[in-house]
Design a protein around this ligand. Structure first.
Ligand SMILES: *[C@@H]1O[C@H](CO)[C@@H](O)[C@H](O)[C@H]1NC(C)=O
Ligand SMILES: *[C@@H]1O[C@H](CO)[C@@H](O)[C@H](O)[C@H]1NC(C)=O
Length: 396
């Protein structure tokens, strides 16, 4: 089933067609009012969570408030199994950016995350800040959490959502190595017919997905628990659970991983921007000025990786791609041609990379407080390594 084209796993557009599109159009004014109201409620909740002392009552109130904010209704499919309270880890398929909230409401679970929210709010959302610098650190963190808290852990080993109609992404097996028994749960969702906006689309961001949650009147999450599964071998357990969840959904398993998804999205965006600049890019002369500061910031990031590539060359490519990552890969793959800047020593490039690398162990001990810039820098360094290895390119 590796024959499944990765393209089929994602929808290009989240919007319906035909009469449903007309219905959606008529609904839009109401939808916008809903979004505004829900943003207000969300803001209030944020304030409460930041100002009031953390306690169970507050968490419960926030949880109910968030139901209103996101318009999420959670149901349990009674034809499934019972929730087995003894199994502390549940594993689910990934359908949206807010699955953790639906799981939290029904299964009292939290999902590891990087968000630094007020404690009560993050629990009400079903999130728990954890050290995610490495797999081992995260596993240790989860074990510690399970032994010191009454909450359970929800993991979604796809680590990325699909359109849930064709196939699952390949399950990562480390979530199955924490405990030898886990309970699988299958998530299905449904939105009212007349606003058939899909939960996600290709290259969508989490905040776009959340916006549409707030726009539609409600989204129903149906959870169906499956039999608890046990196996000491995490790889075997992962494949079994993956198979079972896919069968329950009536879809297939696949060999595409979440990194394949990321690659696919990058390619997709790149192709879109290329055809976009051909068609109508020139009709917006002001865009450059507006995006100037952003461009300079991105160009700076690129030139940290490639100190020898002239600044104007970087800017020119960024104007086309509007993405640091895509421009970096363009430079690495030789799509961008340039005359290298004269450099007194070659050490600038290697110094900046080794600085990033030597940061790694240190940031591990500082309990995951990597700044966005640092994380980005690390990601870029890794991307660069990957590209160089993959294409056997010499260091630029
Ligand atoms: C994934 O790949 C392996 C070997 O490459 C193959 O045996 C297996 O059937 C594939 N699985 C699916 C679901 O395509
Ligand atoms: C589920 O998918 C969404 C969207 O791709 C992603 O933002 C989220 O992190 C995923 N959830 C988990 C637990 O990996």
């Amino acid at each position: 089933m590796s024959q499944i084209n990765i393209k089929e796993l994602f929808d290009e557009s989240r919007f319906p067609s035909g009469w449903k599109l007309v219905a959606l159009f008529l609904y839009t004014p109401l939808g916008i009012v809903l979004v505004l109201l829900r943003l207000l409620i969300g803001l209030q909740l944020w304030l409460f969570a930041s100002l009031l002392p953390d306690c169970d009552t507050l968490r419960t109130c926030l949880n109910h408030g968030l139901t209103l904010t996101f318009g999420i209704i959670v149901r349990v499919d009674m034809t499934g199994e019972e929730r087995d309270k003894k199994s502390r880890i549940i594993v689910a398929n990934n359908v949206s950016a807010l699955d953790h909230f639906a799981l939290r409401r029904n299964a009292e679970t939290v999902t590891p995350s990087l968000w630094e929210l007020p404690n009560a709010l993050s629990h009400a959302m079903g999130l728990q800040e954890m050290n995610m610098n490495s797999k081992d650190a995260l596993i240790a963190n989860i074990k510690h959490f399970l032994s010191s808290s009454g909450y359970n852990i929800a993991l979604q080993p796809e680590f990325g959502s699909t359109n849930s109609r064709v196939a699952l992404l390949k399950f990562n097996s480390w979530p199955f190595s924490i405990q030898s028994s886990i309970q699988p749960v299958v998530i299905k969702t449904q939105r009212p017919e007349f606003v058939g906006v899909k939960l996600t689309s290709v290259a969508s961001t989490w905040w776009m997905d959340v916006f549409w949650f707030m726009f539609v009147p409600y989204t129903i999450f149906t959870l169906r628990y499956l039999k608890v599964k046990r196996n000491m071998d995490s790889e075997v357990l992962a494949r079994e659970v993956e198979r079972e969840i896919a069968d329950t959904l009536g879809i297939q398993t696949s060999n595409h991983t979440v990194s394949d998804k990321t690659e696919y999205e990058k390619r997709y965006v790149l192709e879109r921007t290329r055809s976009g600049t051909l068609q109508g890019g020139r009709t917006m002369p002001n865009a450059h000025i507006v995006a100037n500061a952003e461009m300079r910031r991105m160009a700076h990031q690129v030139s940290e990786v490639f100190p020898l590539v002239p600044y104007n060359v970087i800017i020119r490519d960024l104007l086309k791609t509007r993405s640091v990552d895509v421009t970096i890969s363009n430079i690495l793959e030789g799509i961008v041609t340039y005359v290298p800047e004269p450099a007194p020593t070659n050490s600038a490039s290697t110094a900046s990379v080794s600085r990033i690398q030597s940061n790694e162990p240190k940031s591990g001990s500082s309990s995951g407080t990597l700044s966005f810039q640092e994380r980005k820098a690390k990601m870029i360094a890794e991307a660069r390594e990957r590209y160089i290895q993959k294409h056997g390119l010499p260091n630029c």
